[in-house]
Design a protein around this ligand. Structure first.
Ligand code: SAH
Length: 254
């Protein structure tokens, strides 16, 4: 008897940024699986079971969720932001592909959420208004050389670059190196956004230039957006600035 499994995005933090579909899906499940701080964002419901786990145990958590669903439960795996962006949805599909054959009979649904880059971009203006790419700076799941290669290519191609996982206590130097690689292709006046704890009580959105950007200011609750050569800072007297990337692009020679 197979149950069902939903992989649900909770958005960046604030409850208003959880979609109605995500809220409905969470309310309709018997079992919730996820990293403890994410589970804490889901309203308690009588009779619902919670299975909290460590953040580094993605595949184990995915298998646990599939086992519960295979035993007939209606399960939701929760993820911050969007579950398909550097998050649990891929881990669930990998566990499905490499696990028990019965896992493939489970009805699986991915419920999208507001990814941190969308929430951060909205706070700052419209930095993602033209071509962009997102790169995770974490080298826990890929070699640092791969990160460098992708940064170099993205910077040379003049994409707006979103950096997820820019820094943590265990990864203090990677962001400085990323800025140095990007600075070989971008002007010192390139706009940079540090978006810290978007939609939380200690939210801080800082707009600066690449020359001013201080890697030490980022932590694991920060998302960074670096502009392309077309991205502009729109300053306003007495009001906070906006950052936007125009809808048209010119050819920029490297
Ligand atoms: N699936 C998530 C991303 C998980 S990776 C999403 O779609 O948003 C975790 C990284 O996301 C963090 O290190 C940080 O860079 C970023 N992030 C997540 N929530 C954030 C928030 N509220 N404010 C700023 N950055 C956030």
């Amino acid at each position: 008897m197979s149950g069902c499994l939903s992989i649900v995005g909770l958005g960046p933090f604030a409850s208003e940024l959880i979609t109605p579909l995500a809220a409905e899906t969470l309310a309709a499940t018997t079992d919730l699986v996820g990293y403890a701080p994410y589970l804490a964002r889901v309203p308690e419901r009588a009779g619902q079971r919670r299975h909290a786990s460590d953040n580094r145990e993605e595949l184990a958590r995915a298998r646990q969720a599939l086992e519960l669903a295979a035993s007939g439960k209606s399960v939701a795996v929760v993820s911050s932001g969007d579950p398909g962006v550097f998050a649990m949805a891929s881990a669930v599909f990998e566990a499905m592909e490499t696990g028990k054959p019965t896992f493939k009979d489970i009805e699986v649904t991915v419920v999208p959420g507001v990814s941190a880059m969308l929430a951060a971009a909205a706070r700052a203006g419209a930095p993602l208004g033209h071509d962009f790419c997102a790169i995770s700076l974490s080298d826990n799941l890929k070699p640092w050389d791969v990160v460098l290669k992708r940064l170099e290519a993205a910077a040379a191609a003049d994409f707006v670059i979103v950096l997820y996982n820019p820094a943590s206590k265990a990864r203090p130097w990677q962001l400085g190196e990323a800025f140095r690689v990007i600075a070989r292709h971008r002007a010192p006046s390139t706009p940079v956004i540090f978006a810290h704890a978007v939609s939380q009580s200690d939210e801080r959105i800082e707009i600066m230039t690449l020359a001013e950007a201080d890697p030490a200011k980022a932590d694991m609750r920060t998302l960074i957006i670096l502009g392309s050569s077309a991205t502009r800072i729109l300053s306003r007297d007495g009001r906070s600035a906006f950052v936007y990337t125009p809808r048209h692009a010119e050819l920029v020679e490297p």
